[in-house]
Design a binder for this molecule. Structure first.
Ligand code: AMP
Length: 359
């Protein structure tokens, strides 16, 4: 089977590697030079919204999917009808706009932090009044890895927040003093079968994911989180992998955002799960039966951001994934996964890797 993938970054690369085991060929569309996925498939180096490139991709492929959330929605709509596009474009429309996303959570009775939509400076003042401080202001569109965000701690920050982000549609959220963050990754097939991965515990530094660990020893939270993911999958008539990120506050969960794609917090599943998130995404869009999402142990993943230190390369711990990207501050260049037979051992291994990075 021929699979067209919009985006050829590291997620595309890991999808491409998984595709080999399923005897599928990946064709990528991505405007960047030498993207990571070039290692495992042909890349058309053209704009996402280039109609001729999209037509070529539709012609060459049996199904289209995407690994990049900021794909122009019109590109997907252009393809839909010519060739099946999964996950459904409507899911991306929701996730690309934080206001639509929050309205979807609310409509599905998925609890979320209080928020206020902002178009004008007056709205920003009103948000501070209604939500209280601190609050976090985010662009409604095109934010990722903590970009396009401003934490307003006190009234004197409001001007700076407006100077930095004003002029675009924004949203302000109440600041959540969470205990920790989790993500719940689910997958749904074309015939409606659903499988859910064990919950992941995530730590972000400066808005960028630093570590993920799975499973999380919190059965009640896991049940609630997977119920929320099932609701989203059902409502969106979804096909593929979907990730829901949540804040844990006491015994409650508040939804932060969802991603209609394979996710960084599920990279551990390559070694740590019977079927990786990448293989299951492909299985879903290829109309194959889903694979088991059971864990193979206690998994931990550490992101390598900005550089891959020699100390990490020299470690005899875990599996290093180097995406082959040019080093740049803030850029995700690779990750290391460890699998252990106990949570304590896993945590110790993650710490060894983490210490190499902070040195
Ligand atoms: P996001 O791009 O919305 O996923 O935000 C990136 C990270 O910023 C999250 O994973 C949290 O660590 C932090 N963050 C985002 N929104 C909030 C919030 N309302 N309260 C506290 N921390 C937040």
């Amino acid at each position: 089977m021929r699979i067209g993938i919009l985006g050829a970054g590291q997620l595309g690369q890991m999808l491409g590697f998984a595709a080999r085991d399923l005897n599928a060929q990946c064709h990528f569309l991505d405007p960047s030079e030498n993207p990571p996925a070039a290692e495992c498939g042909e890349v058309m180096q053209r704009a996402f919204d280039d109609p001729a490139a999209l037509a070529e991709l539709a012609e060459a492929c049996d199904v289209i999917t995407y690994e990049f959330e900021n794909v122009p929605i019109d590109a997907l709509l252009h393809l839909d009808g010519k060739v099946p596009v999964y996950p459904p474009p409507a899911a991306l429309q929701h996730s690309q706009d934080r206001l639509r996303e929050k309205k979807l959570f609310a409509a599905l009775d998925i609890p979320l932090p209080d928020y206020h939509a902002i178009d004008t400076r007056k709205d920003l003042d009103a948000a501070a009044q209604i939500l209280g401080l601190p609050m976090i202001v985010k662009t409604r569109r095109l934010g990722y890895d903590g970009k396009g965000q401003f934490v307003v701690n006190d009234r004197s920050d409001v001007d700076a927040a407006w100077n930095e982000l004003g002029g675009r549609p924004l949203i302000a959220e109440q600041w959540v003093s969470f205990d920790f963050e989790v993500s719940c990754i689910g997958v749904r097939s074309i015939n409606g079968d659903v499988a859910i991965y064990p919950l992941c515990h995530n730590v972000h530094v400066g808005g960028i994911l630093r570590t993920s660990k799975s499973p999380v020893d919190a059965p009640a939270l896991s049940t609630v989180a997977s119920g929320y993911v099932r609701r989203l999958l059902q409502q969106l008539d979804y096909v593929g992998v979907l990730t829901l990120e949540l804040f844990v506050v006491g015994d409650e969960l508040l939804a932060n955002e969802f991603a209609p794609r394979v996710h960084n917090s599920g990279h551990w599943s390559i070694e740590g799960s019977k079927t990786s998130q990448f293989e299951n995404h492909l299985r879903a869009v290829m109309n194959l039966p889903l694979g088991s999402t059971a864990s193979c142990g206690h998994a931990g993943m550490v992101n390598l951001i900005g550089e891959i230190p020699q100390t990490v390369r020299a470690l005899d711990v875990g599996v290093l994934h180097d995406y082959g990207k040019m080093p740049k501050p803030g850029r995700k260049l690779g990750h290391v996964t460890v699998i252990a037979d106990s949570a304590n051992r896993r945590d110790a291994l993650v710490e060894i890797i983490d210490n190499c990075i902070t040195e």
